[in-house]
Design a protein around this ligand. Structure first.
Ligand SMILES: [Zn+2]
Length: 416
């Protein structure tokens, strides 16, 4: 992009996104919710610092007319917001460490409501937040995706794997899953990555099951997005496909985040995102290779034009869990054990990725020895063991269970 044009776009986008302080709410469960309004969704960078303890949120390409300097009750000392070049910086000064959430951006009428949440937590030595994993079950609603033998539909398989993954992440300390769809809904490709940003996702996992005209083709593969692959694919598109994509891009709402412009504005962040996506994809693929049920289609992470993966800063991968058009793969994906193995490989891949590439201030950074899993109603040890790829004996031993029954709410340590 031409430099002049870029500067123009930059100044335009900065002018039009004003941050306004809305107020503070406290919920019954002692969560403090600090709200701001924006004109449109922004790329927000958030982190926590110690000595003195504070949370920082950088709202890129935004302005603020009236700087904020609000004193508030414990555990907050003060909320400040002021302009810093082309971004607005919000700082929450704290008396103590807190449990906090990544900011979310919710569309309300013509505005975007930015929500910064935190909660006091006496047990924390350092402010901590969960890693937010966006789970995108491919297709849905009026788009069934690939169709396998006996009318098995890709959209159903992807949702079931997504739910399995959601469950493991939800009950494991340090992770927060967010579902891009949790039912049989039609969601546009644009909305999928837009929603991941609005929900504050740290990573984005799209789950699919391939289809091919030759039923002999089988196995799982992992993809990340590349501009190069994208332009190659674009050249080979049919007129009809091209029109559909153009229409979809036009359908971006004014309040949506413009990933294409952002890629020009933050080339280094985008470059880093691609390399992180590759690391994440490789970790997931490594786990899929170990799964005795699953065959591998391609042994390396592949690059492709999957638009859902195009976010500039959220490492994004697409997992093809197998070929639904292949009888063996279809049989595997039709049953719970087969789907569970895919969810497990994704979970372990994600966890291994964060162990090697920890995010500042998350549980995985502060404690990387074991996972804390909260027992749910109906859980049995043998199933938990399968979900984490460990043995029942090791769970028994590490938790000194002595074969006593487990109960809902009990926290057990899992050493991966
Ligand atoms: Zn698909």
């Amino acid at each position: 992009m031409n430099k002049f044009l870029l500067l123009l776009l930059l100044s335009l986008s900065a002018q039009s996104n004003e941050l306004v302080f809305k107020g503070i709410e406290e919920t019954e469960d002692e969560i403090i919710n600090i709200e701001f309004k924006l004109d449109k969704v922004s790329y927000i960078n958030s982190y926590n610092l110690k000595n003195p303890s504070r949370l920082v949120y950088e709202v890129n390409q935004s302005t603020i007319e009236n700087p904020i300097n609000e004193i508030y009750n414990y555990p907050i000392k003060k909320i400040r917001a002021s302009k810093d070049e082309n971004k607005t910086r919000i700082v929450i000064d704290l008396y103590d460490s807190v449990y906090w959430w990544k900011p979310t951006q919710k569309q309300i009428d013509d505005d975007v409501l930015v929500s910064l949440k935190l909660k006091k937590d006496k047990n924390l030595a350092i402010s901590t937040r969960d890693i937010v994993v966006a789970i995108d079950a491919g297709h849905g609603g009026k788009y069934p995706g690939a169709v396998g033998p006996n009318n098995i539909l890709e959209k159903d398989v992807t949702l079931l794997i997504a739910k399995e993954l959601e469950r493991t992440l939800r009950d494991t300390d340090g992770y927060q899953p967010v579902m891009i769809r949790s039912g049989d809904e039609t969601i546009s490709l644009n909305d999928r990555y837009q929603n991941a940003r609005k929900l504050g996702a740290d990573i984005f996992i799209s789950i699919h099951a391939d289809g091919f005209r030759l039923s002999s083709v089988k196995g799982a593969s992992v993809f990340i997005w590349s501009e190069e692959a994208s332009s190659t694919v674009a050249r080979n598109l049919s007129e009809k496909q091209r029109k559909r994509i153009q229409a979809d891009i036009k359908n971006l709402k004014p309040s949506d985040f413009n990933e294409d412009l952002a890629r020009e504005l933050y080339p280094d962040i985008y470059k880093d995102k691609i390399s992180q996506s590759k690391k994440l994809g490789t970790k997931i693929l490594d786990q899929l290779k170990r799964d005795p049920y699953t065959k591998i289609h391609k042994k390396d992470v592949e690059f492709a034009d999957f638009r859902v993966l195009k976010s500039i800063d959220i490492p994004s991968v697409l997992v093809e869990s197998g070929f639904i058009t292949n009888p063996e793969d279809a049989e595997r994906l039709k049953g719970k054990p087969g789907r569970r193995m895919i969810a497990r490989s994704i979970f372990l891949g994600v966890h291994n990725y964060f162990l090697e590439n920890p995010i500042n201030g998350t549980m995985v950074e502060n404690n990387n020895e074991f996972l804390s899993y909260k027992i749910q109603k109906g859980d049995v040890l043998s199933e938990i063991a399968i979900r984490f790829g460990v043995s029942v004996e090791s769970i028994n031993e590490n938790n000194k269970l002595n074969n006593k029954p487990i109960y809902p709410g009990q926290i057990i340590k899992i050493y991966i």
